[in-house]
Design a protein around this ligand. Structure first.
Ligand code: KIV
Length: 265
């Protein structure tokens, strides 16, 4: 695989070419995903749940993200690699800059941060200092203690307007990619069309430019609860490599996600 950059993603958006991405936390899986030509990997702070067994992403530290980023990069030298800045690692501009530098030096190409228009200054600060930023709106798991659980966001017209305005504000501040999690299909479509940067959805319907899934959900490793937006591709393929290839194919041809994996407004 030749190195994937944000330029590729922007071009794919213009061409209407859908792309698939996955979370990755270690060398072996990162290598397998890269061998299947998955162009974008995320070292997600979901590792707090999938790798460390916590009930939220809140306990994850910057040290954890640096450790996993280093190993994912070893396995996938050419993917566009996003790394989450974890809970409370970007409350001030200084902390955001310091912690972004740590994950970038471990191998990330960009950082992902969760939240609305209040992050505009952080995004401007990081971007001006050569750190590209991916935003994350909708269900933002670091805010689980504010939300009181993991619920679909943007269901009322007022909330939908707020999310659209947040997305536009963050794009104007320099955000170069956006993850939209668990929002109604119609809102995800509206935001994807309103932004000129690529939008990656999870539980946001088929109209976003790209899709992302937590890797364990693609191969049926769950702890009992299976989110509505997840799909086990291993059952229909029989090998992890084929499951990943099938996920990518179905994203590209628009057959995943189906309505059953999505939320109506
Ligand atoms: O941490 C993560 O894995 C994520 C994805 C669910 C998008 O943020």
């Amino acid at each position: 695989m030749t190195s994937i950059t944000l330029k590729n993603l922007r071009q794919w958006k213009l061409e209407g070419k859908k792309f698939a991405s996955l979370t990755a936390y270690d060398y072996s899986f990162a290598r397998l995903f890269a061998e299947q030509d998955i162009p974008v990997l995320l070292v997600g702070d979901s590792l707090g749940m999938t790798i460390q067994g916590h009930d939220s992403t809140v306990p994850v530290t910057v040290d954890d993200m640096v450790y996993h980023t280093r190993h994912v990069r070893q396995g996938a030298p050419n993917v566009l690699l996003l790394t989450d800045l974890p809970f409370m690692s970007y409350p001030t501009l200084e902390q955001a800059g310091h912690n972004a530098a740590r994950v970038m030096q471990a191998g990330a190409n960009m950082v992902k941060i969760e939240g609305g228009a209040w992050l505009a200054e952080t995004i401007r600060h990081l971007t001006e200092r050569a750190v590209p930023v991916c935003g994350h709106l909708g269900l933002t798991p670091q805010s689980v203690n504010i939300f009181g659980g993991y619920q679909v966001q943007g269901k009322t017209e007022e909330q939908a307007e707020q999310l659209l305005n947040d997305a536009l504000t963050l794009e104007a501040a320099g955000m170069q990619l956006l993850v939209l999690e668990c929002v109604p299909i119609s809102l995800a479509k509206r935001i994807t069309e309103a932004l000129s940067i690529p939008v990656i959805g999870i539980g946001a319907g088929a109209d976003t430019d790209g899709q992302i899934l937590v890797m364990q959900d693609v191969i049926g490793i769950t702890s009992g609860y299976v989110p509505k937006f997840a799909k086990n591709f291993l059952t229909e393929t029989g090998s992890i490599a084929l499951a990943v290839a099938q996920y990518q194919r179905q994203v590209q041809d628009g057959t995943f996600p189906e309505l059953a994996h999505s939320f109506k407004g």
